[in-house]
Write a protein that binds this ligand. Structure first.
Ligand SMILES: C[S@@+](CC[C@H](N)C(=O)[O-])C[C@H]1O[C@@H](n2cnc3c(N)ncnc32)[C@H](O)[C@@H]1O
Length: 320
C-alpha cells in the first residue's frame, strides 16, 4: 500500500517527522510538502496528526500524460460509497490534465454515482508531482480547530501555555498510543491534546496553582483518564509509555533550582528512567545538546520552533 501526506508548510521537517514517527512510516520521502511512504500503517492514527493537511491512500501512480487512460482502466467502483467528489493538488511542476477531464473520467468509471462537491463520502484526489500523477482516495482531512483551544480560551488560563498544535505534534512525535506523562504540566496543554486523542494522562507540577488550572482545563474538555498531582519533575517515579514535556523557561517559574540547565538535565535524567520515549521542548537560551548529554540521552530529532522575539524552542525527540 502507498500513502501520501500533504503537510502544512509551517514547519515541514517537523510535520514530516510527526507523521513518520506516529505512523512508523518506512521509506518515507519528502517532495516539497508531500510525504510519500509505502507499507502498512494503522489508518486509524492519521486523524491525530497536527501538521498534516490531508492523508491519502494512493490507488495508482502514473505519468501525467497517461492519467486519463489509466483512470479509464481503473476499477474505482469498490471505493465508491454514497457520493463522490474529485479534487486535484499541485505539489511540484505543472498540472497538464484539467480537473474537469479527470472528474469526467472518474464519473465514467462509477455506476450511477452522485456528485457532491462538499462532504462527499468518497473523495478522490489527484496529486501532481513533476511528471507524475498520483490518483488517491482521501482518508482524512484536518479540520481540527486548534485556535479554539488557545490558552486564553480555556478556563485555566496561563501565559506560559503552549500552542495546542505544537503540543499535539509533540505527543505524536513520542509515538505514544496509550499514555503520556508530563512532569512540568503547567496548565496542561500537552495533556489536553493527549487526552483528546484518547490517551491516559499523568501530570505533575511543583505549583499547586498550576495543578488547579490544569484540573479546570481537563474538566472543561471532559478528559477523565487523567491524574494530576503536585510534584517535582526531578523526583519523577514510576514507568510511563512516554514523557512529553515543556520545561519552565524562567527562574521565576521554578521554585527548586536556580540553574535552569541543571534543572533540565536532572528532570530529563529522571524521564530517561521512567519512560519508553521522551520528547521535550528546551529554550535556545541553554546549550540543549549539553543538557541532553548530561542527562545521558541522545538527540534523535531536533526541530527549532520560533515562538516570539526572545524565545525559540527546540522540540527534541530523545533516545537512551
Ligand atoms: C513552561 S511551563 C509548562 C506549560 C505547559 N506546557 C502548558 O502549556 O500549559 C513549566 C511549568 O513547570 C513548573 N515547574 C517548575 N519547576 C518545576 C519542578 N521542579 N517540577 C515540576 N514542575 C515544575 C512550573 O510551575 C510551570 O508550570
Amino acid at each position: 500500500m502507498a500513502y501520501l501526506f500533504l503537510l502544512s508548510k509551517e514547519n515541514l521537517p517537523l510535520a514530516a517527522d510527526e507523521a513518520t514517527r506516529l505512523l512508523q512510516l518506512k521509506r518515507a520521502r519528502l517532495v516539497q510538502n508531500a510525504l510519500m511512504a509505502d507499507g502498512k500503517i494503522d489508518e486509524a492514527l492519521v486523524k491525530r496528526l497536527a501538521y498534516t493537511r490531508k492523508a491519502l491512500r494512493v490507488l495508482f501512480s502514473c505519468e501525467q500524460r497517461r492519467l486519463l487512460e489509466r483512470i479509464g482502466n481503473a476499477d474505482l467502483q469498490p471505493h465508491y460509497q454514497d457520493s463522490f467528489s474529485v479534487r486535484s493538488e499541485l505539489v511540484e511542476g505543472t498540472q497538464h490534465v484539467p480537473l474537469t477531464a479527470i472528474a469526467d473520467a472518474i464519473y465514467a468509471r462509477l455506476e450511477r454515482p452522485t456528485v457532491r462537491l462538499r462532504d462527499a463520502q468518497t473523495r478522490f484526489v489527484v496529486v501532481f508531482i513533476g511528471k507524475a500523477a498520483h490518483c488517491c482516495l482521501e482518508l482524512w482531512s484536518n479540520a481540527e480547530r486548534f485556535r479554539d483551544r488557545a490558552a486564553h480560551k480555556r478556563p485555566g488560563m496561563h501565559p506560559s501555555s503552549m500552542d495546542p498544535r505544537l503540543a499535539r505534534a509533540m505527543v505524536n512525535l513520542s509515538g505514544a498510543t496509550r499514555e503520556v506523562c508530563d512532569p512540568f504540566c503547567g496548565a496542561g496543554s500537552i495533556l489536553i491534546e493527549a487526552g483528546l486523542m484518547g490517551l491516559a494522562c499523568v501530570g505533575f507540577d511543583i505549583s499547586p496553582k498550576m495543578i488547579a488550572l490544569a484540573n479546570a482545563n481537563m474538566d472543561h474538555y471532559r478528559i477523565s483518564m487523567c491524574t494530576l498531582s503536585v510534584g517535582d519533575a526531578t523526583r519523577l517515579r514510576g514507568w510511563y509509555e512516554a514523557v512529553v514535556t515543556d520545561v519552565p523557561y524562567a527562574r521565576a517559574t521554578t521554585t527548586t533550582h536556580s540553574d535552569l540547565a541543571e534543572l533540565y538535565s536532572l528532570a530529563l535524567g529522571r524521564a530517561k528512567g521512567s519512560a519508553g520515549s521522551v520528547v521535550v521542548c528546551l529554550p535556545d537560551s541553554v546549550d540543549h545538546r549539553k543538557v541532553v548529554r548530561a542527562a545521558g540521552l541522545r538527540i534523535a530529532s531536533d526541530h527549532a520552533v520560533y515562538v516570539h522575539r526572545s524565545l525559540t524552542k527546540h522540540v527534541l525527540v530523545l533516545t537512551a
